[in-house]
Design a protein around this ligand. Structure first.
Ligand code: NDP
Length: 289
């Protein structure tokens, strides 16, 4: 299968590319920069979709970019880098005489309202309630084709959390009791590959959401203590919510200081087997590497 991956040069894209190539598939990346194995977004717009059987969009300005202040220009880039690239890919697919069989967008679990008690599956209804949930709404709407799309709602990059822990500065964020959805990047790549390869004997679903989170439901406290234990580092410096809000901007800090219990019900029903279903196995692999 030939797969086109928007933003495939990033954290998730590199893992997905490795996995797809190991399965014998060919990958072309859509990027802002030209290079081997890549086409640019403007080439995609002017030349149309290259021949492919699967397409994915992972492009987006990093929400946790430590080099950028939380201001209007950053917020604009967060939206446009996701919505515009998704629209460009969706349009190219819609215009293609031989469109791919699968089209997968990875968005975020920020659409589900943070709660200590509510449990969200792919069937949960939601309406936008803050900036990031509005982003998910616009982002997913821009992916919609008359026919098909898989929306993978992904939560939680673990690797980005390691540095403060190495420095012995890891601690619970906010109250620590908030749910903390996470997934190992290898499983996320696996879920995307699974979505790209619907069984040949069944027609692909017209549109479906897969929650790209691990099945274990953990709190930020559990995550912090387990990571500290495996790294043999103290985790005695809790970061209060108001400090997180001041450092990151409250619209963004909500991702870490409040959380949702997200259940990957359909992902599991679809037969996906996690390599790292629980915190200890996932963190051991990350800390070990
Ligand atoms: P990355 O931060 O690694 O970025 C992916 C790619 O997006 C980059 O390699 C870059 O490609 C492209 N990109 C970055 N900024 C811009 C911009 N301003 N305009 C256009 N393209 C841009 O993302 P991840 O791989 O970590 O995540 C993939 C997707 O999954 C993202 O959309 C992210 O929001 C979503 N997601 C990720 C989570 C995570 O924990 N990692 C959690 C929830 C959702 P290039 O330089 O080649 O153009």
């Amino acid at each position: 299968m030939r797969v086109l991956i928007g933003g495939g040069s990033g954290f998730v894209g590199r893992e997905l590319t490795r996995l797809l190539k190991a399965k014998g598939h060919e990958v072309t990346i859509v990027s802002r920069q030209p290079g081997p194995g890549k086409i640019t977004w403007s080439e995609l717009e002017s030349n149309g979709l290259p021949p492919c059987e699967g397409a994915v969009n992972l492009a987006g300005e990093n929400l946790m970019n430590p080099l950028r202040w939380w201001n209007e220009s950053y917020r604009k880039d967060l939206f446009s880098s996701r919505v515009d690239t998704t629209k460009t890919l969706a349009q190219a697919i819609a215009d293609s005489p031989s469109p791919p069989r699968s089209w997968v967008l990875v968005s975020g679990v920020a659409c589900y309202k943070p709660s200590l008690t509510a449990e969200y599956t792919e069937d949960s209804e939601w309406t936008p309630f803050d900036l990031l949930s509005k982003l998910v709404k616009e982002w997913e709407a821009s992916a919609l084709l008359p026919e098909r799309a898989v929306l993978g709602r992904d939560g939680g990059a673990m690797k980005q959390m390691l540095l403060p822990f190495w420095l012995g500065l890891g601690g619970t964020l906010g109250s620590g009791g908030q749910p903390f959805p996470w997934i190992h990047v290898s499983d996320l790549a696996g879920i995307i590959a699974h979505a790209l390869e619907p069984p040949a004997d069944t027609p692909p679903p017209s549109q479906q959401v897969l929650n790209g989170v691990a099945p274990a439901l953990n709190t930020n406290y559990e995550f912090t203590k387990e990571l500290g234990r495996l790294m043999r580092r103290p985790t005695i410096f809790p970061v209060p919510g108001f400090v997180m809000n001041a450092l990151m901007g409250s619209e963004r800090a909500i991702v870490l200081t409040q959380g949702q219990k997200v259940i990957p019900q359909r992902t599991q029903e679809a037969g996906f087997q996690y390599k790292y279903p629980d915190l200890t196995s996932a963190l051991k692999e990350i800390v070990g590497s």
